[in-house]
Ligand binder design. Structure first.
Ligand code: CTP
Length: 403
């Protein structure tokens, strides 16, 4: 599973750092390409020379290589990595990651990482159960990070309890199972952003959608191996992942044409765009001049999700969104059914933390099998991971039902 994967390994300053040498050996044995980034304190526990030899790559500690001034770019590391494993993760580093502090290369790479982040904490038992640490670990989970729980056993302090870093084999098993459940070889279509419905050469009808949610879903699917076609309305965003091909559209009818053309070759479609429901009946050639009264006749646009639902095959997953301001659950269930979706993601403008242009969202997933799963308010990147995880579960159900 890990052959050819780029794995960034971060080592913070704890005694369990010696186990990271074994972890890197195992990852290399699995065929992964490894780069190691260490904190200054980690160097006291295990030498960069050991880690460079095992990883077959120079180890990075500073923002700049002290020998030649070369910049160790955390942004490039974040883009290079298919997975970032931080092991051991000390209480101090976990606190900084939770707070967004960026005072070393390992932490800046964490903040820049586009890939799944695995965190293997290691500390003394009383620290591990301290409310401050529990809270910080919860915060990391809300970022979408995967926590590999510390194990119970003899600790460096001589005490016995939970706090030992998970064994290297356990960490590799977590990373493996993450990639096993991935989307490699699959094609996903994601719509995102608003549409612009032209009135005249200078005016249009649109909505407040920023596209952030759809772009986050496209990024997450791509990170997990899918080939993603992102059919985007006009936004200020740009996709980062090389597995994302963006198709730019402006109007609802352009988006409809692209979706209809591309959906048959896709395994997954996530309809995240805020498609205009109405478009001017007539588009003026010239700018409409100032008048005392102006009435614009609108006609309905085609419903893209409903059309994809109509032509959907059994092996295809179709997911959509419902943005509601009233009777939220009822309306979302109706849309799920009428558009023949596998699940719908409800967000209500009445929830604080949800809505246009902001970086968080609070969702409820309503599944066609009747399940309703309510999530906490989270950053849109973490919400994207929850949605993508649900797609994985649906695909697994399809595979299991075929056995
Ligand atoms: N959608 C679509 N094409 C449209 C309208 C909506 O593909 N012409 C999709 C959206 O991308 C979303 C789902 O349908 O996945 C629901 O969109 P929403 O705007 O919440 O609801 P509508 O179906 O437009 O219904 P209403 O405006 O009456 O709430």
């Amino acid at each position: 599973m890990l052959a050819g994967k780029h794995i960034l390994t971060g080592i913070t300053g704890g005694i369990a750092a010696y186990k990271t040498a074994a972890l890197v050996r195992l990852l290399v044995k699995e065929g992964a390409e490894i780069k190691v980034v260490m904190t200054e304190t980690a160097r006291r526990f295990i030498t960069p020379l050991t880690m460079a030899t095992l990883s077959k790559n120079p180890v990075m500690v500073d923002f700049f290589n002290p020998e030649n001034g070369e910049w160790n770019s955390h942004v490039s590391l974040g883009l290079w990595a298919d997975a970032y494993i931080i092991a051991p993760a000390t209480a101090n580093s976990i606190g900084k990651m939770a707070a967004g502090i960026a005072d070393n290369l390992l932490l800046t790479a964490y903040l820049s990482a586009k890939c799944p982040v695995f965190v293997a904490p290691a500390m003394d038992l009383d620290m591990y159960r301290h409310p401050a640490i529990c809270r910080n670990i919860e915060t990391l989970k809300s970022h979408g990070d995967i926590i590999i729980d510390a194990e119970t056993g003899k600790l460096a302090s001589g005490l016995e309890g939970r706090g030992r870093m998970a064994e290297p084999e356990t960490i590799v098993a977590h990373v493996n199972s993450y990639f096993e459940a991935s989307f490699s070889g699959m094609r996903a279509l994601v719509t995102a952003g608003p549409t612009y419905e032209r009135i005249d050469p200078v005016r249009f009808i649109s909505n407040y959608s920023s596209g952030k949610m759809g772009y986050a879903i496209a990024e997450t699917l791509a990170q997990q191996g899918a080939d993603v076609i992102l059919i985007s309305g006009p936004t200020h965003l740009s996709p980062m992942h090389p597995n994302i091909r963006r198709v730019n559209t402006v109007s609802a009818s352009e988006m409809y044409e692209e979706c209809l053309h591309l959906f048959p070759s896709c395994d997954i479609a996530v309809m995240c765009a805020a498609v205009a429901d109405f478009t001017p009946e007539k588009q003026e050639e010239n700018k409409i001049k100032q008048k005392t009264d102006l009435t614009i006749s609108l006609t309905k646009t085609k419903d893209i999700a409903a059309e994809l639902g109509r032509i959907k095959q059994d092996r295809q997953i179709l997911a959509g969104f419902a943005l509601e301001t009233e009777n939220e659950l009822h309306n979302a269930r109706e849309k799920l059914k009428s558009k023949n979706m596998d699940f719908i993601v409800l967000n209500s403008l009445n929830d604080t933390g949800s809505g246009f242009g902001i970086d968080t969202n609070r969702i409820t997933i309503i599944d066609s099998d009747g399940r309703e799963i309510r999530f906490d308010t989270k950053p849109k990147t973490a919400v994207a991971k929850d949605i993508v995880f649900h797609i994985q579960q649906k695909l697994k159900e399809i595979t299991d039902s075929e056995l």
